[in-house]
Ligand binder design. Structure first.
Ligand SMILES: [Zn+2]
Length: 148
């Protein structure tokens, strides 16, 4: 590997030999949580379910966090998804093709969000469970939604 320089736009802090385990692109925070194929698919499903654009970037995602009463279920879901993306990337076990990574990611997110349901208000719990059921349905469809 060449010496990183500003000439090629690569900075030292980006070079930890971090390659995205889902898609083999360079792993940056923006890539891992938002731009990676598996993240984009998951965010697009969730955006559809909530009828609000989710998963553009960290600023946009955290902009809901200051209004937790109003966006309780969205916030719980986005926190669970971010946590699951991080968790999956940190586990070499999940190095596999995109769509199976996608299924693993969905299952990890579902498992954690279900364990967090009790942290929601009683109204939020029902709404969260409704979203999780939809997500579970989507996770079954995933292999058919992707090419190859
Ligand atoms: Zn990726």
């Amino acid at each position: 590997m060449g010496i990183p320089s500003s000439k090629n736009g690569i900075h030292l802090e980006d070079i930890h030999d971090h390659t995205c385990l889902f898609c083999a692109e360079l792993e940056t925070t923006q890539h891992l949580f938002f731009d990676c194929l598996v993240a984009r698919i998951l965010w697009s499903h969730l955006s559809e379910m909530f009828n609000v654009t989710l998963g553009s970037n960290l600023e946009h995602t955290t902009s809901f966090w200051g209004h937790n009463k109003r966006f309780e279920v969205i916030n719980m879901t986005t926190a669970g998804v971010l946590w699951s993306l991080w968790k999956c990337q940190n586990n070499l076990f999940f190095r596999s093709s995109s769509w199976s990574s996608m299924q693993v990611l969905c299952h990890v997110a579902l498992r954690h969000l279900r364990s967090w349901t009790s942290l929601c208000s009683s109204a939020g719990q029902g709404a969260l469970e409704h979203i999780l059921q939809q997500l579970e349905g989507k996770s079954v469809e995933i292999p058919r939604l992707l090419p190859g």
